[in-house]
Ligand binder design. Structure first.
Ligand code: GDP
Ligand code: MG
Length: 445
């Protein structure tokens, strides 16, 4: 999607006199790209209107050049989409020293059981006493699945193989864990019934049996246009206060997430990014949209390098590399070092494409810890490794192990960093081909 949108905007600016006709056709291509990313058609039409109103071509100063126009359009699209995934509603915030009962709802297969373990672990890591209750008595094996996950994550759990009434199991589990002074009690529910009406009735019964402080809807990120009707249906019955979108790792376009928020005016709080227990990211509107639009591209990186690291030799080197279609680990290291010099992370991380994805949902403290750890990783690499694009490291896992050991980090962190670098290298390669762009950028440097 990002590529298509960028292509739409780039085509437009290539014709030097960016006229209204070109603008119209670009807008059309942009809207098609959004619809094919499963953004609700009605929302796309609204976006189109809003962009047209914001980028008022006739009234722009005649001196506005194509580049500034392009930036205006990109900014308008970005702002509009960010607004769509940001309902400006505060989700429930669990408090320590008391019980916080959280109930999960969502269709079978959405990822509830997987995600409730992730979330319990997330809170346990932050010092909460967290536990899980299995109230899915419908599907055979549901309790075993939860048990297995919970055991792996070292999270206490409750469930029953004999009790068939989910609201009784839920109430028993919650009562027991409340007595044991658990702070986060997450209740997993069933997602399928012979009749949809039965499922909704069961949801209401469980809800009134345990009176959760927060109900979270788990929504499969790959269901596309169905996100709107599905989230609306659950909202009207379970009135959930937060959404978690799962399976965002599968290259799903993200349009479903936008539709769900727009339809329910409910904030997304986390994204599921894989099957593993650690694959849970805090959601933040700006990095999400930035990723959706593919703004983690090299033209943005070049602008960034120019804007914030003038007179900086390493930045110039990076720039030269990019223009040759190269992006080494050393380049990424110098990017991160520069950001760290620049003060509050929240202000600057978003400016580096790719970095914003890595830092998604982190506060300044988490983010700078993460960046420091990345620098430790780089510091444990050999010169030859630093000057590579990282492929040799991915191909030789023993190198990753050595680096993880040497830097006091995990192989997973090393891998994540290399994945990021690989993506950046891919962008650089694309960019290297676009000689025209590069020459223009060079003139600006
Ligand atoms: P439930 O029926 O809603 O409880 O869904 P499950 O938790 O059993 O998940 C259904 C399937 O989706 C399982 O195979 C999970 O491993 C998978 N799954 C859940 N979350 C994610 C995610 O974020 N990414 C990926 N790739 N798979 C996921
Ligand atoms: Mg389940």
């Amino acid at each position: 999607l990002g590529r298509r949108i960028n292509a739409a905007v780039t085509d437009l600016t290539r014709s030097q006199n960016l006229d209204e006709k070109a603008f119209e056709s670009m807008l059309k291509e942009l809207c098609n790209a959004l619809v094919s990313a499963d953004v609700n058609i009605r929302l796309v039409q609204q976006l189109r209107k809003s962009i047209k109103a914001k980028v008022d071509f006739k009234n722009l100063p005649p001196t506005t050049n194509a580049n500034s126009k392009k930036r205006l359009i990109q900014q308008a699209v970005f702002d509009h989409l960010v607004d769509l995934v940001d309902p400006h509603a505060e989700p429930y915030k669990p408090k320590k020293g008391r019980s916080n009962v959280i109930m999960f709802v969502g269709l079978q297969g959405a990822g509830k059981t997987t995600t409730c373990t992730k979330l319990a672990r997330h809170y346990a890591q932050r010092g909460f006493k967290a536990c899980l209750v299995c109230a899915d008595t419908f599907r055979a094996g549901a309790y075993d699945q939860l048990k297995q996950n919970a055991t792996k994550a070292k999270i206490p759990y409750y469930g029953s193989l004999t009790q068939t009434d989910p609201s009784i199991v839920a109430a028993e589990g919650v009562a027991r864990f409340k007595k044991e002074k658990f702070e986060i009690i997450i209740v997993d529910t069933s997602g399928r019934h012979r009749q949809e009406a039965d499922l909704f009735a069961e949801m209401e019964q469980v809800q009134s049996a345990i009176k959760p402080d927060q109900t979270i809807m788990v929504l499969d990120g790959t269901i596309g246009q169905a996100a709107e009707s599905q989230s609306s249906a659950f909202k009207s019955t379970a009135n959930f206060g937060a959404i978690i979108i799962t399976k965002t790792d599968g290259g799903a376009a993200g349009g479903g997430a936008i539709s769900a928020v727009a339809a329910t005016h409910t904030p997304i709080i986390f994204l599921g990014t894989g099957e593993h227990m650690l694959d849970l990211e805090r959601f933040a509107p700006k990095p999400f949209i930035s990723k959706l639009l593919g703004y983690g591209d090299m033209s943005g990186l070049i602008e960034h390098v120019q804007a914030v690291t003038k007179d900086n030799a390493s930045a110039k080197e990076t720039y030269k590399h990019i223009s040759e279609g190269i992006f080494t680990l050393r380049d990424l290291k110098s990017q991160i070092t520069n950001v760290m010099k620049m003060g509050p992370l929240s202000k600057v991380a978003g400016m580096i494409p790719g970095m914003s994805n890595m830092m998604a949902g982190m506060d300044d403290e988490d983010g700078s810890t993460k960046m420091k750890r990345m620098i430790y990783i780089f510091d444990s690499m050999t010169e030859k490794e630093l000057d590579s694009d990282g492929k040799m490291l991915i191909q030789q896992p023993s190198r990753m192990t050595r680096i993880a050991h040497g830097s006091g980090t995990s192989v997973r962190e090393v891998k994540d960093l290399l994945t990021q670098a690989k993506m950046m290298a891919g962008f650089a390669k694309n960019m290297g081909g676009q000689k025209k762009n590069m020459q223009r950028a060079e003139a600006m440097m």
